[in-house]
Design a protein. Structure first.
Length: 332
């Protein structure tokens, strides 16, 4: 994890697609003024940031398209397709599925069937806060089902192409890439969301937020950590005119996260918005987030062992552990 900004997320409209854990509750169009977009791009250029535009579901005016194309970028909602639920087929090769845990479990075979259609599948659970320990076995089984399909696809691809299975840390499995299962195979250190550290979001109002979810909260009047609605719900951390201003930014860093810094669920999103909502501290994870990430970590270990039994080695051996929540084995 690099402790400096690398990405600028630009929400082009209030109705830009939700692509992560938080739903976008805003339903009325509010396009970012073109002058604000120009300033945001300039900020990104000065800071040498990779820009990620987040698109609404309508076509933008031509003057926006010209400005957008003036700098290297990724289009979320266009280049990266986002689906709520599990479609029968997907458009594009880089796909995000936003699912509840129940949908993930119920649609495990349909999800597995999508894998040959894409180069990258990111699954983002939208109800982590509501996850219950009683769902543990079902989630584990669903991961196992999909893991078997991943193993079969990888084995077939490697034997067909004679390509190496993985090309090292940060590399991608030979044509099958699923965040929940294959990322942990290649990671040797934390690679989390890094909102506020590795990336920052600018909203249509020209203000910076740690991530889109904090903007949504502000717009919905949710300001404090108990999700109470208050009159002053400001969650911004600067704006495109005065620059970025994140108070006590070090408190978002992993070296200030006592549980996460000792953890090896390296693929975990480590969502600071969920943390803030569920534990009242941006850098302290919830039980739900840790258990889900450890079930995925352990399923990655099983996948690794299945591949190794077929002579396909991923290099970075994932050790066996006997807990699902690092809080349970914390050092006092
Ligand atoms: S599993 Fe828990 S402790 Fe580990 S990185 Fe994720 S949030 Fe942090």
């Amino acid at each position: 994890m690099k402790p400096y900004l690398q990405y600028l997320v630009i929400l082009l409209d209030d109705t830009s697609v939700a692509y992560c854990h938080a739903d976008n509750p805003l339903t009325e169009r509010r396009l970012m003024p073109i002058e604000t977009l120009r300033k945001a791009i300039r900020f990104g250029m000065k800071q040498n940031l990779m820009i990620q535009y987040v698109y609404p579901d309508y076509d933008l005016p031509e003057e926006y398209n010209e400005l957008i194309e003036s700098i290297d970028h990724v289009k979320i909602g266009r280049d990266v397709r986002v689906y709520n639920g599990v479609p029968a087929a997907v458009a594009g090769k880089n796909v995000v599925l936003r699912l509840t845990t129940g949908e993930f479990i119920a649609r495990q075979y349909d999800i597995a069937a999508l894998l040959p259609q894409v180069e990258r599948l990111n699954i983002c659970l939208t109800d982590i806060a509501a996850f219950r320990d009683e769902q543990t076995e079902d989630y584990k089984k669903a991961l196992g089902t999909i893991g078997k399909v991943v193993a079969n696809l990888l084995t077939k691809q490697v034997s067909d192409t004679e390509h190496p299975l993985f090309e090292g840390a940060g590399g991608v499995g030979a044509g099958v890439s699923l965040n929940l299962l294959t990322d942990r195979l290649v990671l040797t250190e934390m690679h989390n969301c890094e909102a506020g550290i590795g990336n920052i979001t600018v909203a249509p109002n020209g203000k910076f937020y740690l991530c889109p979810a904090f903007y949504y909260d502000e717009r919905m009047g949710i300001s404090n950590r108990m999700n109470h609605t208050t009159k002053d719900a400001s969650r911004s951390v600067g704006d495109v005119d005065s620059g970025l201003n994140i108070p006590n930014r070090q408190l978002l860093q992993i070296d200030h996260a006592p549980l996460c810094r000792k953890c090896d669920a390296y693929h975990c999103h480590r969502c600071i918005w969920l943390n803030d909502r569920l534990t009242m501290d941006a850098n302290t994870p919830s039980h739900q987030q840790c258990v889900l990430a450890h079930l995925e970590r352990n399923a990655s270990r099983e996948l690794q062992q299945t591949l190794a039994a077929q002579g396909l080695h991923t290099g970075n051996e994932i050790p066996e552990i006997d807990y699902l929540d690092p809080f349970d084995v914390r050092e006092e």
